[in-house]
Design a protein. Structure first.
Length: 180
């Protein structure tokens, strides 16, 4: 018997009260299972969000490298360009290039923040899921113990009923013998 192994010896209980407690514990377990399922689904969504952010960062890093190469080319050509219109166009492209790099760096920073926040939320959710597992296990052990108590009490009641039935039969036989 697991209840005895847990250090608890079953004792007599009011069966209806014990059954009510079992039902309450089962309801709590069901609530925690639903909550854990929601948290696990949320973690899957957060992991997907992390993957999208990481993919963006990889692509942004590639684009930043390409922007840097383009900026080097623009700078090189600008050094030798004498036509004012060409120099203005090159400078405009250099400014656009710089703005694009700035925008990508800002977006990368935001995506890194998204990743950090998602990872923190996943860890919080994992801890809550672990707590739910521990509480569910404790509730299951309590349910098992209460069921052992109920079984003991029912067996006791059967024994009492059997003794009472025998006593009633003997009394009825005595009354019949006495002619009552």
């Amino acid at each position: 018997m697991a209840a005895a192994a847990a250090g608890q010896t079953p004792h007599f209980v009011v069966v209806d009260d014990a059954q009510t407690e079992i039902e309450e514990l089962q309801d709590r377990n069901a609530d925690m299972a639903r909550q854990s399922q929601v948290l696990e689904e949320q973690n899957r969504g957060l992991n997907d969000e992390i993957a999208r952010s990481e993919e963006f960062i990889v692509q942004a890093d590639d684009m930043i490298d390409r922007l840097s190469a383009s900026a080097g080319e623009i700078y090189t050509v600008m050094q030798s360009a004498v036509d004012p219109a060409a120099r203005r166009q090159l400078q405009q492209r250099m400014d656009e290039n710089r703005q694009s790099r700035y925008d990508l760096e800002n977006r990368k920073r935001r995506e890194n923040e998204v990743i950090t926040q998602a990872q923190e939320q996943i860890e919080t959710n994992r801890k809550m899921i672990a707590v739910n597992r521990v509480r569910t296990k404790a509730n299951d052990q309590r349910i098992e113990y209460l069921q052992a108590c109920i079984d003991l009490s029912i067996d006791e009641n059967r024994d009492v009923e059997s003794v009472l039935d025998t006593a009633d039969q003997v009394r009825q036989q005595v009354e019949a013998l006495l002619g009552r």
